[in-house]
Write a protein that binds this ligand. Sequence first.
Ligand SMILES: [Zn+2]
Length: 328
Amino acid sequence: MKILDAHTHLSGSETGETAKDIIACMDACDVDISFVYAPLLNVHSWELSDEHLQDIRLHNDYCSDLCSSYTDRLYGFCVLNPVPSLAGGSLERAVTLMTAEVRRCYHDLGLRGVKMVPTHWYPNAPELVPLYHEIAHLGMYVVFHAGIFMDGQQGSYCRPTYFEGIRQVPKLKVQLAHLGWPWVDEAIAVLNMESNIHGPDPANWQFRADVSFGPPDDWQLSSWQRAVDSLPPTALIYGSDLFWPTPPEEYQEKYLYPQRGLFEVSVTNGHITSEGSPTRKQMREQVFFQNALNHWNSAVHKPQRPQAAKEKITTSRARQSHRQHTGR
Ligand SMILES: [Zn+2]
């Protein structure tokens, strides 16, 4: 079975060999495609300033460069952060800055993915709508962090219902991360409205959710169970939430095997498709590969063409470890 991992991070501390190492791990674990997010900043958003705008740009350059040698395997995502402190406290001006940055990422860097982590701005703020229009117009795909943070930021900006505001821009295609943990019920409620609003064809849906975790051990199976019991099988997307590079054994032990196990057990417990049936196989392929790719293809009109950097990029402000990051 081919796998698409729709949630992976760069730390910014990679070496020149990293892209090769990523591909080697993916080959060993049958991962055909990874969505690769530019490094986030290792500063709290309230410290952001114009100086950090340069870091956002640099990190996006860095991601494009890393993905440039494997354009059919590594789908690069720029990071955008329309936080008011980036522009003297004005959300409107921060949105203007990010609109310019997303155009640069599309046209100059060749990226087609966007990662956003709402903090100190709400995803349903009316000021955001022009940015959403621009992203949809360019033909880009957005992953939003949804749910709690584990690093002292405030998850209250990322409650799933706040993403309903995005429906003002019906062409914007969005992946909500972590099934919105701990607001899994809220995330399911939002996702369940997709067929009501956009009809039964998933190609017209705006939202799908990745199941990268997320929940503490005791809540993992119940979260999966509620998701597979309540949502169409086309709504869920596999993602690891790892930091590259990761050795193949660690990839399998920490991410792929546990998620596969949770999928199989929840589908059996829910009497959704029986073990060994063609529909079980089909559902597995949807969650672990096809759903993310279909969602991507419904957003992206022209294939990505990430550009190699002309000189080496250093990302001194990038987060250095996975532990610091977990839950974003
Ligand atoms: Zn993450």
